[in-house]
Design a binder for this molecule. Structure first.
Ligand SMILES: C=C(O[C@@H]1C=C(C(=O)O)C=C[C@H]1O)C(=O)O
Length: 97
């Protein structure tokens, strides 16, 4: 029991580190996406591109199954600025606008 308790704590540390990495990657993605959207809207184009978003949905679904579609939808929402970035991410130049 003691062994499993300390093992679970270690494994949770690994999960916490992975989650921190995922959040950092999503913050970076939102920043890059926001830059692309600004380039396009500044040139008079639309903010979003449906065909490109369908490609991304398919990639996540192929990689992660049905949950991948849901994750991709949330990622795209975050990157359109409709999601909520963590305050720390927004301060470091996230895609808040
Ligand atoms: C970033 C882009 O603009 C928008 C945002 C996307 C994204 O976050 O992946 C994809 C398509 C567009 O709706 C793009 O066209 O690549």
């Amino acid at each position: 029991m003691v062994d499993s308790t300390s093992r679970i704590r270690q494994e949770r540390d690994a999960i916490d580190a992975l989650d921190a990495h995922i959040i950092e990657l999503l913050t970076q993605r939102a920043r890059v996406s926001s830059g692309i959207q600004k380039l396009r809207t500044d040139a008079g184009g639309p903010r979003t591109v449906f065909t490109r978003e369908m490609e991304i949905l398919a990639r996540y679904r192929d990689g992660l199954g049905e949950c991948g579609t849901q994750i991709a939808m949330s990622v795209l929402k975050l990157c359109r600025g409709a999601g909520t970035l963590q305050p720390a991410a927004a301060q470091s130049g996230g895609a808040a606008s």
